[in-house]
Unconditional design. Sequence first.
Length: 253
Amino acid sequence: MTKSTVKREVQVVGNPDELSRRAAQEFVRLADEAIRVKGFFTVALSGGSTPRGLYLQLACDDYREQVSWPHVHLFWGDERCVPPEHPESNYRMACEALIHRVPIPKENIHRIPAEREDRARAAMEYEQTLKAFFHPDAGAFPRFDLILLGMGDDGHTASLFPFTSALDETSHLVLANYIEKLDVYRFTLTVSAINQAREVMFLISGASKAPVLREVLEGDYQPQRLPAQFIQPVNGRLLFIVDRMAAGKLRRI
Ligand code: 6PG
């Protein structure tokens, strides 16, 4: 994969609350468009504190009423290898911040079976879940309407961490990725799976992300060290919604 040639849009907002509201507006717009055109909306959720702000906004009256939740299907871009009730579970976080607060049918919630002992099998099962839902053509990848992503201060996104084996995967959709620096496995959509999305929306907040955001957006193309640089939708929109603190070191916005 070469340096990003995809059209990338960076929206800078004043603070984390504005970021969550702007992201909620984009979520509503995309959901409305997808449901109007094809009758349903597919979104892969992210873990982390920044997307949580979006989920809380979507559960508020202003936005909750604007989304036809029975036509929304939730998936996960990554998950920790813990049971669904575990405090570190991305699924649990989404349940508390969003799912338990909106009228979405339980059959529309497609969580990663992250409690399984056999991680490779769990990843394969989730891959089958995606293929069964999206019915991609042979050799093709499912095309999410929206994939939400955060970014760590090391440039990781989803659970695609620097110099980990998942970065090189080109045929699978989902992997259990070993992250040496954390000494844990995490489930993650692969770069190829993410890059098929109609829209990928990064939500990035805080001064701690300013140095890495500048490297990712304005620095040399080093995606093994900065995996967020691998995210280049093949035929989709790449949107960064960042707050002023995270954008503090950007030169070109
Ligand atoms: C996770 C996320 C992870 C997250 C980043 C940024 O499972 O935690 O997938 O990639 O998006 O670590 O997290 P914050 O938004 O909390 O800074």
